[in-house]
Write a protein that binds this ligand. Sequence first.
Ligand code: PMP
Length: 471
Amino acid sequence: MDVHESLLELIGNTPLVRLRTPGAGRTAPVYAKLEYLSAGGSVKDRPGLRMIEEAERSGALRPGGTVVEATSGNTGAGLAMVAAAKGYRTVVVLPDKSSAEKIATLRAYGAEVVVRPGGLPLEDPEHIVNLARRIAEQTPGGWFAQQYDNPANPDAHYRTTGPEIWRQTEGRVTHLVSCVGTGGTISGTGRFLKEASDGAVRVIGADPASSVYSGGDGRPYFVEAAGRFRHPETIDDSWPVSFHREVVDELLPIADRDALLTIRRLAREEGLLVGGSSGTAVTAALRVAAELGPEQLVVVMLPDSGRQYLSKYFNDDWMLRNGFLDGDAAHPLVGDAVPAELRERPLPYLHHRSTVGQALDALRARAAAGADPVLPAGPAPVAPGRQPTALELLGAASLEQLAAALAQGKAAPTDPIADHLTAPLPRFGTGERADAALAELTAAGCDTAVVVHDGHGVGLVGAAELKALLG
Ligand code: PMP
């Protein structure tokens, strides 16, 4: 019989499929490793299994125990699947930016899900890693998987992913391209391939553009589960022990917009429905391959399926709102109010560490200049002079509301503005139609919105400007 006794035998052993896009045989062939075909649907099944097996071996996890992890989703699903198959309980702590599909998947496996705000400094006791550690300590039989510092994570890839690629390509692989989250995939797979090839295989990290791994400032980005965010108030940003930097020859920063447009193309042109980090990796792999000849062979890791992101990356409304699509130029568009040459100017906004008094000065200056005295504000402190991403503009302040709070004694000029913010301003992507945006702005009872391009706030637009655009 061609059967399996356990689902756990169906983890890994994923196929390599050639991408057609590079084309024409001029450049090196690029083979994609389809990790979404693993039993639990992602690259994280492998470390999920290995971390649990190692914990069983060491006695850290015993029958009736509880697996606890902090994760943006896939590690949780891998662990929850293995735990369900082996009879353990699972608790997963994840950041609120995780997609609804990922949260629902964890619940479907019977995991208890704790959602906490993402974007906190590492030292904050409410940071998901600190919370997960506490939950594990306080739960009888609790075991904290700790993928960022667990050697079983890269080891899973050293023992499975690397050997699979070497065997599948008959040792002809010359380049490995992978995203870096915990670093487990690239470190374990890369180390194996380097050893097997006497150091010949080049290992390239594909990184979201603002991730600190490739030299970015760590501001938030829209591709989930890859790269490394750094809160400006994080003091000690030690990189994960699971990331062996010495294995990686080069790290390429890839813009969210390029990554997301790439996966939409892969789905439509090749029938490959994959997640955002696959877009980051494929964009990097195509750049690498373009410099190589047909005798070389690139393998790119595609960590998970696009089904987890149908409400985001494959949803035109979401893509438009975040400024990732150009829109239909037959109509006046929101972006026409902030022409490309103006998008490099710093977005007017309030730093959440500023005081009510400073905010009032800024708002009065806007009023004096004839602008709507309203400003978006970033409770996440963005570095001075830096364009905040749309993900950071979590509140707003208006002259009217602050003046009323002062008059009623509810606010003092020395208070941090963070304590007196109202709901965020509406935001519209540059590709959205101006008429629809105006209708939405009016319905929301607002006069001003943030204009977003490639995920970043690039300007403010008033109802009057939208009306002028519409003629
Ligand atoms: N992409 C996705 C979708 C993931 O879930 C992960 C794991 N966090 C990664 C990329 C990065 O993999 P690793 O943690 O092995 O570096």
